[in-house]
Design a protein around this ligand. Structure first.
Ligand code: HAX
Length: 435
């Protein structure tokens, strides 16, 4: 039975000639044109990235390695007694495009155990930081602090790395980092919100099970974690966090530099921080009702008040999607099964009934439908993780899975430094024919 690294190498060797051929024979074939609107407007819709780990269709939503979310959950080996695959099985799948056997998934679980120990200095640094630092600052700092562990950086410094061999130390770094992220996230949570009362990992558990244990939250939080990390793993490469990670890694920066940078982008309110803001908005709204049941009319008024004050409705809209995000739907189905009568879930569902029409009437957002962040906080809240400033760290643990797999492939295929070209406003005016 082949290991993950052997399987990955086989896939890399099969893939390389495809990239080489495209570059050699079709380099001048046009993929599309870039308009002035796109140059000024955040490169929306410009197709200039190559990502094989996932693809985002505006109407269908995400496919991981060609599989929809339900197909992915169905296909991958599960933790015994669980409805959800392990993160380790998903790591194998997103890296190689192959569904692992239960034994192969178990091999990754074992492999990560040997890589999971977080250096003591990381905990020391986190403890030294002001306790009111945002959890995302702590998470990013912890990742960056571990850069001194980079195998890639060490081999590069030694001058011993050929371009086609660079994926190997990148794979080692990404595996080492991935295996530690659950521990780091749970440590930050308990440091900030549980008086630094830490809980050790249990070597018998998988990544999701251990995360729930170290958070101090009972079952089925292990399944919530598996589901959550996989759902947030990858959304092709154009989103701010994935794009940043790819961009930084393209300078041959190692994965510690790259992931830390991407996490800083995820911390923005238009990106991953939206999950925190959805809960803040909803809790403030419920408080303003003073215990009264909300009606659709009252929700509509509150949404309009937010829009009229110039703010966005968090958890709604998307730069690519034009339908309800299947990551939203997947979490909604979880709620319908596990917490159908929970008041907060009911409010979130009522917002879903009202917000798309409000946004349509408002007339700005191209996509009035909910995204992943509209639904994720309610599940955390239900299971007792109510400190919503922590929610984006959960997103950041998940996002590492897809992006670290992606930059391992960047190295394997020898993708160059990313360096698009700028123009000045005067140049655009000239192109537009403005005198
Ligand atoms: N509420 C109010 N206005 C919105 C809106 C929303 N939810 N979504 C979009 N708009 C507005 C935009 O602010 C923009 O207004 P201006 O013309 O005044 O600048 C206009 O509608 C057109 O925007 P768009 O083309 O539809 O959307 P963008 O691609 O520019 O932006 C965003 C996509 C996700 C940033 C946007 O929809 C938004 O701000 N949503 C709320 C925040 C949020 O939920 N972010 C998480 C997105 C998913 C994700 O990345 N998770 O990590």
């Amino acid at each position: 039975m082949s290991t993950l690294k052997e399987t990955l190498l086989k896939k890399i060797e099969e893939h390389r000639p495809r990239t080489t051929r495209l570059l050699k024979e079709y380099a001048d074939t046009k993929v599309g044109e870039v308009t002035i609107g796109q140059a000024i407007g955040g490169a929306r819709g410009v197709r200039c990235l190559v990502t094989d780990t996932s693809y985002l269709d505006p109407n269908e939503g995400i496919r991981f390695r060609g599989k929809t979310i339900p197909e992915t959950f169905e296909a991958l080996p599960k933790w015994p007694g669980s409805d959800y695959p392990t993160v380790e099985a998903f790591w194998w799948f997103i890296l190689t495009g192959e569904v692992p056997t239960a034994e192969q998934a178990q091999m990754v679980i074992e492999d990560w155990k040997g890589r999971a120990e977080v250096p003591q200095y990381v905990f020391d640094i986190l403890r030294t930081m002001p306790r009111d630092s945002h959890p995302m600052v702590m998470y990013s700092a912890a990742i960056l602090a571990m850069q001194r562990e980079s195998v890639f950086a060490e081999q590069y410094r030694a001058g011993s790395l050929g371009k086609m061999d660079m994926w190997d130390p990148m794979y080692e770094d990404c595996s080492n980092l991935m295996a530690k992220l659950g521990r780091i996230g749970a440590f930050i949570y308990r440091l900030k919100f549980k008086d630094d009362d830490q809980i050790d990992a249990d070597p018998a558990l998988d990544f999701g099970g251990n995360f729930a244990r170290m958070m101090g939250v009972d079952t089925p939080y292990d399944d919530v974690s598996r589901m959550y990390f996989i759902l947030h793993s990858d959304h092709e490469s154009g989103n701010v966090s994935a794009h940043t990670i790819h961009l930084v890694a393209s300078a041959l920066s190692d994965c510690y530099y790259a992931l830390s940078a991407g996490i800083n982008g995820l911390a923005g309110p238009l990106h991953g921080l939206a999950n925190e803001n959805v809960l803040r908005w909803t809790q403030n709204f419920m408080e303003s009702l003073g215990g009264k049941e909300p009606t659709q009319e009252v929700i509509k008024e509150a949404l309009w008040a937010t829009l009229n004050s110039g703010q966005v409705i968090p958890g709604y809209g998307h730069a690519v999607l034009r339908k309800t995000d299947p990551r939203y739907t997947s979490q909604m189905e979880f709620c319908l099964k596990n917490l159908p009568d929970y008041p907060l879930f009911k409010v979130i569902n009522m917002i879903y009934q009202v917000a798309p029409d409000v946004l349509r009437e408002h007339g700005k957002a191209k996509n009035p439908w909910p995204n992943v962040d509209a639904q994720s906080g309610v599940i955390q809240w239900y299971y007792g993780v109510t400190d919503y400033s922590f929610y984006t760290v959960l997103f950041g643990i998940g996002r590492a899975i897809g992006t670290l797999a992606n930059i391992t492939w960047d190295r394997a295929l020898g993708y160059p430094l990313e360096r698009p070209k700028s123009l000045t406003t005067a140049m655009l005016e000239e192109i537009a024919g403005i005198k």
